[in-house]
Design a protein around this ligand. Structure first.
Ligand SMILES: Cc1cn([C@H]2C[C@H](O)[C@@H](COP(=O)(O)OP(=O)(O)OP(=O)(O)O)O2)c(=O)[nH]c1=O
Length: 194
């Protein structure tokens, strides 16, 4: 039987996002987006990851000139309304984890589905509380796991998350980079309206 479902392209080089979509048994092709990830400092924090995800999706759409569904996402960590990006150095990673230690922060993933000029977007928020972390724990984690490609300098799915997180409220997979079940729901709606 011919498969009339539109092709899905994941505009990402993130191994976590690929893994999550594979776990969801979604058929897709991944294409790296070289989009600019900068944003205006006046932008409300909730809008930032959707704005960046849209730029990633558009960059891949232009690169491929394709009518596939492009799926892009961006994850940020927000503490006291301040965005914590990926750490640029060992010192910055240590500093970020000291700030997160003993506190609650938000992880926001913006998701954009794009096909031709039709778009669906949303932001998913998960609240995460870290136990108080010692400097010994923080330095061990940073030196062993080198979390330089992770927003907030940590991965919930690694040692620091497994041992250092007190509670989460919201979707775990959103923290890992993709709120998979919500993405699947939206993909279903989106495909139905095409
Ligand atoms: C907070 C947190 C982030 N992360 C990851 C998810 C994202 O991949 C990354 C944030 O950076 P992003 O810019 O969202 O994604 P990326 O650069 O890895 O990939 P691409 O732009 O190509 O899609 O941090 C975790 O894996 N675990 C966590 O607990």
């Amino acid at each position: 039987m011919p498969d009339n479902k539109p092709k899905i392209i994941l505009a990402s080089q993130s191994p976590r996002r690929k893994q999550l979509l594979e776990w969801a048994e979604v058929k897709f092709e991944a294409v790296t987006s070289d989009a600019d990830e900068s944003f205006s400092t006046n932008m409300p924090v909730e809008e930032i990851p959707v704005f960046i995800a849209r730029n990633k999706a558009k960059a891949v759409q232009q690169k491929l000139n394709s009518d596939a569904i492009i799926l892009a996402a961006d994850t940020i960590v927000v503490l006291d309304n301040k965005v914590i990006n990926k750490p640029a150095s060992r010192d910055e990673a240590i500093e970020m984890l000291r700030l997160l230690s003993g506190n609650e922060h938000r992880v926001i993933t913006g998701v954009v589905l794009l096909r031709d000029n039709k778009e669906v977007s949303f932001a998913d928020v998960t609240h995460v509380v870290f136990h108080k972390l010692t400097d010994e724990q923080i330095i061990f984690y940073v030196d062993k796991y080198k979390p330089y490609d992770k927003a907030g300098a940590y991965a919930i799915q690694e040692w620091i998350g497994v041992t250092g997180i007190k509670s989460i409220n919201g979707d775990f997979y959103n923290v890992m980079g993709l709120p998979v079940s919500r993405v699947l729901q939206q993909l279903k709606h989106f495909t139905a309206t095409l």
